[in-house]
Design a protein around this ligand. Structure first.
Ligand code: SPV
Ligand code: MG
Length: 436
């Protein structure tokens, strides 16, 4: 019996719908359909993180009669799979001409020429698409567990996870919706949110000394979670006493927070960016490891992350101390380390990450480049940093605008002169969907 020609279809197939079925049905008319199913890493390259893991998506596809085989596609590029299979046909919806996948389409066309293959493009049905379904799901909201687990998937999938500070629901909507179109039709967004002790305290008019209690912090987070879907990393300062930290971990998990960061300081906590200008004490390695272990034992989900923050560089205890602590905290069970610095020059951060990565290739590394702000996210990704947190910028951006307008009203004894610095009333009324 003559063998059928090979037909290659690449898919994420997260939420399978009639658009996918149409492509697969059409593909099966040309021969034996092999689906290249995008791995989590490949999805990350397309900035499209699926809800379902690889095995679940594979199981669904394999049960379809038009699919003869499902193989992994480990990159957004089809090159490796196509060169291996040399299929007669590649079938795709014609929508990719207008998206960030265009460069992969061009590559497919070039590759197919080598063995006289053919690209078949099926008219895309814009009424049903994964993007539309995902947008509708976002509008409906997200469950606690889905939000909680998402951070780990993002770390696995993306070269770098970008996190923005939020201190109330409105700033969180910016983290949720801010979007920038770069060249090559690449669309960049933030991946998640940072509940900062500094900005949550400051927006409540209190100093950053653990004076705002966990209940008040969680009230802010609940308001944020009502209107957003992205995962959150929580700044728990020192984590308090180990006996208290246990309760914090469980409260955060119940709320749907993905990770907590605790810093290895003890006594009255002061903000790190003050460094040794104020009295600050670092905890012993032994005590802090104990706190990490208590937290890990307390957590109920397997996805929740406890990240250990090392203050050695902030407190000028030296690079070797920072590294010793990092390895000790990982051995104690920390799911990641955050290294902090208040120097403008990034060299001590670069050295720490290099020396840490020499010995530990996998534990996620987090940085907060408030001071060393010249380094780009792409550069951090190259250094094998996993998460970058822009820790205070929303609050710092809002305050000068408010102060300027307040002073202009005082100066001119009316608001006319302040108007150019304010958002038009019509726009603020339309800012939040459902206002009208
Ligand atoms: C925060 O945002 O509260 C932080 C980061 O802990 S820093 O202010 O740089 O210490
Ligand atoms: Mg803090």
């Amino acid at each position: 019996m003559a063998t059928l020609p090979k037909v290659y279809v690449s898919m994420i197939a997260d939420l399978l719908h009639s658009g996918h079925i149409k492509v697969l049905k059409e593909a099966s008319k040309y021969g034996e359909v092999i689906v290249g199913l995008l791995s989590l890493k490949a999805c990350g390259e397309l900035n499209d993180i699926p809800y379902l893991d690889y095995e679940k998506r594979k199981e669904v596809l394999e049960s379809l009669s038009m699919v003869s085989k499902v193989i992994p596609q480990d990159s957004a590029s089809y090159k490796s799979n196509l060169e291996q299979l040399k299929p007669k046909f590649v079938v795709h919806g014609d929508d990719w001409i207008h998206t960030n996948q265009r460069k992969y389409r061009d590559e497919v066309i070039e590759l197919l020429k080598k063995w006289n293959g053919e690209l078949i493009e099926i008219p895309y049905s814009s009424d049903i698409s994964e993007t539309n379904i995902k947008e509708q799901m976002t509008r409906l909201g997200i469950t606690t567990t889905a939000r909680l687990g998402r951070l780990r998937r993002l770390i696995e999938a993306k070269p770098i996870v970008k996190i923005l500070e939020v201190h109330n629901a409105l700033s969180a909507l910016i983290a949720e919706n801010a979007k920038e179109n770069l060249k090559d039709k690449e669309i960049v967004t933030f991946d998640g949110m940072w509940s900062s002790s500094l900005t949550d305290s400051t927006s409540k008019g209190k100093p950053d000394i653990e004076a705002v209690d966990t209940t008040a912090r969680l009230t802010t987070i609940n308001e944020i979670f009502e209107v957003t879907t992205k995962p959150m990393i929580y700044d728990a300062d020192t984590g308090g006493k180990p006996e208290h930290f246990e309760f914090t971990v469980r409260s955060l998990e119940r709320t749907g927070v993905s990770a907590v960061i605790i810093e290895d300081k003890t006594g009255l906590k002061k903000n790190s960016l003050l460094g040794n200008e104020v009295a600050q004490t670092q905890d012993s390695i032994e005590n802090f490891c104990h706190k990490i272990k208590v937290g890990k034992n307390a957590q109920i989900t397997k996805e929740f992350m406890i990240i250990a923050r090392i203050e050695s560089l902030i407190l000028e205890a030296g690079m070797d101390d920072a590294l010793n602590r990092a390895f000790a905290y990982v051995r104690a069970g920390a799911d990641g380390v955050m290294i902090h610095s208040r120097k403008k020059d990034p060299s001590e951060i670069i050295e720490f990450v290099q020396r840490f990565r020499d010995k530990d290739k996998t534990t996620p590394v987090v940085v907060v480049p408030t001071s060393f702000n010249s380094v780009t996210t792409d550069e951090f990704a190259k250094m094998e940093v996993n998460i970058v947190i822009y820790a205070n910028h929303m609050l710092r951006a809002a305050y000068p605008g408010m102060m300027k307008v307040a002073k202009l009203i005082l100066k001119h004894k009316r608001s006319l002169e302040a108007e150019p610095y304010c958002m038009p009333i019509k726009e603020i009324l339309e800012l939040i969907p459902g206002t009208k």
